[in-house]
Design a protein around this ligand. Structure first.
Ligand SMILES: NC(=O)c1ccc[n+]([C@@H]2O[C@H](COP(=O)([O-])OP(=O)(O)OC[C@H]3O[C@@H](n4cnc5c(N)ncnc54)[C@H](OP(=O)(O)O)[C@@H]3O)[C@@H](O)[C@H]2O)c1
Length: 265
């Protein structure tokens, strides 16, 4: 199965590095296309068998899957550049661009190809943990068969985990996952600041907080319990944790998180 990925930057490069270690694509069947040499050199340094193309979209013609991994405002231009190389009857088109809807892509495709057929199209929204194959990737589709959806899930499950959502949920899901990862980093930073004030070196405070966060996430992931159940286990009546929890809420912790996620939608 052949893959062309347009844009080998942060996300595109991470996807390629993850996929060459997986089972769906052979390195020699992946072509990374970019307008800059640096990202192409990076993927070649990672695995010289990966094909690269500078300013050249020829590989799109022979690809089974084409992934658009450029910045959202460049998606339209790229589609116009590759329009005559796309083959809707044979190919799966995947966009990872945040905020670019299926309707928006269709509009460009219809204008570009001057035909009424619409392709098999997926939006796949990963987060930056894709670079260590730990992304939760949100997937939505148009015209896809169950087999094609299963293939996309297999591809992105090799880069962490993936779930299929209705497109109406994608922006809200992106707020929780792609933006949410930044809020978790901000929690780590805030807790580190407290740790330093309490006498730890920053790197030691970071290690304590990160290991605690990994443990908390694993507990919820494995037990599938509501977080309040786990909170109850640490909250002794009259103890120190409840004092901290009440301080958090008095300072608007939950409210701030809710507002942040709603603002990111
Ligand atoms: N960061 C996240 O958490 C996240 C989550 C979900 C989705 N996304 C989406 O992922 C996409 C890629 O983001 P990124 O951070 O990986 O961007 P990036 O690092 O800028 O990578 C994009 C690459 O595409 C190249 N490029 C620009 N125009 C091109 C063209 N016409 N043909 C081929 N390559 C071209 C860029 O080169 P130049 O730098 O020289 O322009 C750059 O190397 C975005 O649409 C973003 O919304 C990001």
């Amino acid at each position: 199965m052949k893959l062309s990925i347009i844009g080998g930057g942060n996300m595109g490069g991470a996807i390629v590095r993850g996929l060459v270690q997986g089972t769906v694509f052979k390195p020699g069947d992946i072509t990374v296309i970019d307008v800059s040499e640096a990202p192409l050199k990076n993927v070649q340094d990672f695995n010289p068998a990966i094909r690269t193309a500078l300013n050249n979209y020829d590989s799109v013609e022979h690809a089974d899957i084409v992934i658009l991994a450029v910045k959202p405002w460049l998606v339209r231009d790229v589609i116009l550049d590759i329009k005559f190389k796309l083959n809707y009857s044979k190919q799966i088109l995947v966009s990872i661009a945040a905020g670019v809807t299926i309707a928006c892509i269709n509009e460009t495709l219809l204008k570009a190809k001057e035909e009424m057929t619409l392709p098999v199209l997926f939006r796949a929204i990963p987060n930056t943990a894709i670079s260590i194959k730990q992304s939760i990737t949100l997937i939505t589709s148009q015209n896809a068969t169950p087999e094609q959806t299963a293939l996309l899930l297999k591809i992105f499950n090799e880069l962490g985990s993936a779930i299929v959502l209705d497109e109406s949920k994608i922006e809200a899901g992106t707020a929780l996952t792609s933006c949410g990862i930044a809020y978790l980093f901000r929690y780590v930073r805030a807790a580190m600041l407290a740790g330093v004030e309490l006498g730890f070196y920053p790197k030691d405070a970071q290690n304590l907080v990160v290991k605690t966060m990994l443990g908390a996430a694993s507990l919820l992931d494995e037990n599938k319990a509501n977080p309040e159940v786990e909170i109850d286990k640490v909250t002794t009546p009259g103890g120190i944790t409840i004092k901290g929890l009440n301080e958090l809420e008095a300072n608007g912790f939950s409210d701030a998180i809710i507002k942040a996620i709603k603002a990111s939608r």
